[in-house]
Design a protein around this ligand. Sequence first.
Ligand SMILES: *Cc1c(COP(=O)(O)O)cnc(C)c1O
Length: 466
Amino acid sequence: MDERSSLRALPSVDVVLNGARGAALVERHGRASVVDAVRTVLARHREGIREGQPAPSLEGVAIDAGNLLDARNRSNLRPLFNLTGTVLHTNLGRALLAEAAVEAATTAMREALALEFDLDTGRRGERDSHLRRLLCELTGAEDATIVNNNAAAVLLALNAVAAGREAVVSRGELIEIGGAFRMPDIMARAGVKLVEVGTTNRTHPKDYRSALSADTALLMKVHTSNYRIEGFTAEVDGRELSAIAHEAGLPMMNDLGSGTLVDLSRWGLKREPTVAEAVAEGADLVTFSGDKLLGGPQAGFIVGKRDLIARINANPMKRALRVDKIRIAAMQATLQLYRDPDRLATRLPTLRLLSRPQSEIRALAERLLPEVAAFLPEGFTPSAAECHSQIGSGALPTDTIPSFGLSIEASGSALERLASIFRALPRPVIGHLHAGALRLDLRCLEDESGFIENLRSIRQAELFSA
Ligand SMILES: *Cc1c(COP(=O)(O)O)cnc(C)c1O
């Protein structure tokens, strides 16, 4: 066929739509999307014909349109395998929720529930009430409130307690968490004047005492969650700082960041300060995240003294930063798991993954090695290798957890190519490029058969051309 007759042989949009496959596409994607996809496909084929390719069949056009629609609809929010070695990866959504939390959230999405309605009296209720008792029980605090995330918790608490006045913070604790969360900026936005004391490496009780003035509203401690200052250092601990604050008749606030509710050393992990400890040390307010070590949905908590929490709840910003019913339901189910610490490590994915024994991960790596090797052409050399996981989200930044994984070596550009092919899989596989190898830390891989099945989609042609 010459070019002109091939072009004439191309089916019209209507003919494609009225065919069996076309009709099925319309049923699935809606008429307007299918018309647009078929037009795009026909235009590509017209170009192909001009370059000497044959005309496609009616069925071929419909199949191409179907693939295009599938690609357009494929969400970047689809599940992926987090093999980065960072268990609580902020860019990959932080904590995986417990099954009980997923169920509670699903129910909350489907059904009406007494979110702000008191079932005893039939009157208006409060959305925080579903979490307050649990939080007080687990932290020993008098009262508690929940907002969108810990950044919001810090902003709100500062504004409610210290707006127009001064808050005193050590120069060693003026953290940046990443993104736009920098303590001095948050202070400014909260309308609070930051008074820095001490030096980067050493701050003493007298530094805080001599900074007190008639304008001081708050002494603040910030957990240096994503760095450590080592060497010639001195800091004022939470107990001493709250004593200094209370002598002056002022409140002390401790931003714990990750804030775990349990002592992690029980599961062989390094200790992070618990919220209950911060409360027992005398902090009047403690702020922490819901989706870091706690293992729940994104949220921020403020726990502490009743009168201060009441001021926080009365602040108009509280309404702007409040949490929806889905997360409240998921958080309630998550917190309930903490009532049974003996089974926490099996029920709470964050803790289950963090406490997973290296021997188990090593056995998994050794089973997967031949499977992965079978999908890779020559030039890619996989091996099972020891590696080190991180908790992530700024918890225990300098401590790593011995783990095991696969390390795939290849020359520079081939490696980038492999990483991008892994990212394009139906369930993207996200590893970590380091020292001439793509490293896949298997700590967070629990669906072994799903992982192998997923590899079947590796486009061999692309790999061989790498
Ligand atoms: C993570 C962190 C925050 C911010 O918490 P988000 O829940 O991410 O908003 C604030 N302060 C400290 C010390 C943190 O570690």
